[in-house]
Ligand binder design. Structure first.
Ligand SMILES: [Zn+2]
Length: 263
């Protein structure tokens, strides 16, 4: 039971701080709906540095390096709707249900997050109210608008992954992730694997699960919308040339993959 002190927490975001999400290229002619859950590394001012040095707040535990640029460029190329989350996943992870332990991580990779230790239920709920819920409410509005207009949707969840995790190198250039609905993930994987220079993972370096993912599960699987979670290795997105090349690659292949599914 929360005591009276912990049930009253101030708003996480001050009025002058950025919104929890940014919507870009908001056009309705494309079926593609691009999400970027880990686009931003900003921390709400009220959280300070979460007790971490800048070196930790800039690396992959805080955000998906390069993913926002790819999402923006892909939206531009496809003329598609995209939504990018502004705040660091260390504040709250928008690709997790709010009731799982990794929603507000106590430890990420091997880094303890001091500012996330010992939160009251009310403090945790305020993180969700300020960041998680507005972001997902906006995504839901877009899906519902399309459903009402009988406009098709294809969900693209854009992410990037660190080349080395817990000291283990990851060889894949990119990975296609999916779980119950294999349609788009497998079609895209097959197209990508036609390029002999690319080493593309099939549900690598992660796989989608109900506890480690949110958007693909809630919007893709539960609404029956074709989807894929795309993971690109971060060292390949270190500069604009890499970001543009990957965006153009997916802008070329995604319509092909959908056509093969008769979507
Ligand atoms: Zn991510």
């Amino acid at each position: 039971m929360a005591d009276s002190e912990s049930t009253h927490v101030p708003p996480l975001l001050a009025p002058d701080e950025p919104a929890a999400f940014e919507v870009i290229a908001d056009q309705d002619r494309s079926p593609f709906l691009i999400t970027c859950d880990h686009a931003g590394k900003r921390l709400p001012r009220a959280l300070g540095t979460l007790g971490l040095p800048e070196s930790e707040l800039s690396r992959h535990i805080a955000w998906d390096l390069g993913a926002a640029q790819v999402a923006r460029a892909l939206a531009r190329e496809l003329g598609a709707f995209a939504i990018l989350q502004t705040y660091s996943r260390l504040a709250i992870d928008c690709n997790r249900r709010v009731d799982v332990p990794s929603s507000i991580p106590l430890v990420s990779e091997s880094t303890v997050i001091p500012g996330n230790q010992g939160l009251s239920p009310a403090q945790a709920a305020e993180r969700a109210r300020a960041i998680f819920h507005p972001y997902h409410a906006r995504i839901l509005v877009e899906f519902e608008r399309r459903a009402a207009a009988s406009q098709p949707s294809v969900l693209i969840a854009m992410h990037s992954f660190t080349p080395s995790f817990m000291g283990v190198a990851r060889p894949w250039h990119a990975g296609m992730l999916y779980n119950r609905d294999v349609r788009l993930g497998r079609a895209l994987l097959e197209l990508l694997r036609r390029d002999p220079e690319l080493f593309v993972g099939d549900n690598e370096p992660y796989s989608v699960s109900d506890l480690s993912d949110y958007g693909v599960v809630v919007y893709g699987e539960q609404r029956g919308i074709p989807h894929v979670e795309i993971e690109i290795r971060q060292d390949l997105l270190a500069d604009e040339a890499g970001q543009e090349a990957w965006a153009k690659r997916f802008a070329r292949l995604l319509p092909d993959a959908c056509a093969r599914l008769a979507l």
